[in-house]
Design a protein around this ligand. Structure first.
Ligand SMILES: [Zn+2]
Length: 169
């Protein structure tokens, strides 16, 4: 299962004869033909590299954005044109493409009991639906959004499902 191109298109992996730059595997978009050079020298590693590096981008963004905080949260949302927007976990068969998500908000959390995150998530949900902070300019929090919770040095990701939350990786 490959990740998608920035345009949303599916990619295939292909080995292209390099010129003076050498020989590389590429992920090539089937729709827009964008080429993503990979460092790996075989298909298995290239697939792994493609999946990991793309996923890391979004999570890296979250990690950086939350780095000033001890306890905090971040909200990730899909662009409106994404086919999985507002869909529940079962409807998307649990397949969550982090690279499709955009970080839209971060906020500090004062008190955080790591043993019981769910009331905190419910509070965030309520706040981002009925009492937006003045600096919140995104859509109201809804199904298919992801909330990242940072507690000290650990960040956990929760998918906003039709009823409640799902801890995801
Ligand atoms: Zn593309």
């Amino acid at each position: 299962m490959l990740n998608t191109c920035k345009c949303g298109g599916e990619v295939h992996l292909d080995y292209l004869q390099g010129d003076y730059t050498g020989q590389y595997w590429y992920a090539i978009c089937n729709d827009c033909s964008a080429e993503y050079p990979l460092k790996s020298n075989n298909r298995i590693d290239a697939e792994r590299e493609w999946n990991n590096c793309i996923e890391a981008d979004t999570k890296q963004t979250v990690t950086s954005a939350l780095s000033p905080y001890t306890n905090a949260y971040a909200v990730l949302q899909l662009p409106i044109e994404n086919g999985k927007i507002f869909m529940g976990y079962n409807d998307i068969h649990g397949i969550i493409d982090f690279q499709d998500y955009t970080l839209v908000y971060t906020g500090a959390l004062e008190k955080l009991n790591p043993e019981n995150i769910y009331p905190i998530l419910d509070n965030i949900f309520e706040k981002l639906n009925i009492a937006h902070p003045t600096d919140y300019h995104a859509r109201s929090l809804s199904v298919s959004d992801i909330v990242a919770i940072k507690h000290q040095n650990t960040i956990s990701y929760y998918f906003c499902d039709q009823a409640g939350w799902r801890l995801i990786k």
